[in-house]
Design a protein around this ligand. Sequence first.
Ligand SMILES: Nc1nc2c(ncn2[C@@H]2O[C@H](COP(=O)(O)OP(=O)(O)OP(=O)(O)O)[C@@H](O)[C@H]2O)c(=O)[nH]1
Ligand SMILES: [Mg+2]
Length: 397
Amino acid sequence: MIPNSGFRKYVVIAGRRNVGKSSFLNTLIGQNVSIVSSTAGTTTDPVFKTMELNPVGPITFIDTPGLDDVGELGLKRIEKAKKVLYRADAGILIVDSKPSIFEENIVKIFTKLEIPFLIIINKTDILNDKVDEFEKSYKKFNAPILAVSSKQKTGFETIGIELNKIIPSDEEIPFLSDLITGGDLVILVVPIDLGAPKGRLIMPQVHAIREGLDSEALVLVVKERELRYAIENIGMKPKLVVTDSQSVMKVVSDVPKNVNLTTFSILESRYRGDLHYFIESVKTIESLKDGDEVIIMEGCTHRPLTEDIGRVKIPRWLINHTGASLEFKVWAGVDMPDFSDIENAKLIIHCGGCVMNRNSMMRRVRMFKRLGIPMTNYGVVISYLHGVLERAIKPLI
Ligand SMILES: Nc1nc2c(ncn2[C@@H]2O[C@H](COP(=O)(O)OP(=O)(O)OP(=O)(O)O)[C@@H](O)[C@H]2O)c(=O)[nH]1
Ligand SMILES: [Mg+2]
């Protein structure tokens, strides 16, 4: 298994009221961050606390109100608690009894949202020999079961190890090496325009060159103006042409129909994210109407360029395409967005994520899938709006 990256993980602590969720968190992190009392319903809002837990790395634990809360306010608290569940990478279900309807429900939510979870039997200091009996009764949920006493601080040694086993770690997939073999010709079209950094190539371009070389392919790098000349004079049919998304319109007419053509962004979408979800989601564009919110999401907080692709060009193209007056919102950062940041979004358009790894991008994908919010990315949108998506994804699917 690939080790989890340095990106912070979110682990939600759930359970009925008074089972000791807050006590568990306080003992785990060795600080009193969450109020503990014998009154049911002590925790009323989710409490966030970040710590470094070996071997996982940084984790933000989220202590939640009991999911069996009652009354009008109680139901509101449950709704709030459920909202933080969407961003969780893993869950911890704290229990102090055999499974009741509430534990069954929490497990149902975890299962539905595909959140892997641990079951922790708390209060072993007073449960004594009932622990074994309870443990047996939770086996049916097929989750690792641990027993602790938050009060006596026992049983906490293996929690990090068990969490690390269940937190998803997405396997890396190739950039383009599976699309070519030794001796193939790969042409990379790299525009050197104002947006190109001075004196160097950008990561996806370097990545493609390196994987091409590793595959013993012949890698030819050209600007878009030299592409036709290269194809006509090289005396060999290229196996694959990869172009910058923004030049795809010009490039498409220069590459014969029987040659595979894709874009760096489409390769990145597959490498880092969920290309199939991005393609499915891009169709949402056709149903966007006046007032719909579209979120432009970026993986870092770079300083926007004047003709910024995410903030200027994509919004302009989208408005032209749909004829609708759409509401654009930019969300940028390395962390996971809050539910309130995205709850009204009809579509999320993510950047290529050059500073993100597959793990962190897939966590966002999972979150939006759970919420039923379509998510696509710059590369897929650009190809789609220029009418070349079908051709650009053909070599990959
Ligand atoms: N004996 C014993 N008591 C515990 C243990 N953990 C928690 N308690 C007690 O259980 C009661 C509830 O603890 P909390 O940590 O507030 O429980 P909670 O699940 O956060 O409760 P809510 O926030 O109301 O949902 C308190 O009186 C704690 O002292 C434990 O390991 N052993
Ligand atoms: Mg609490």
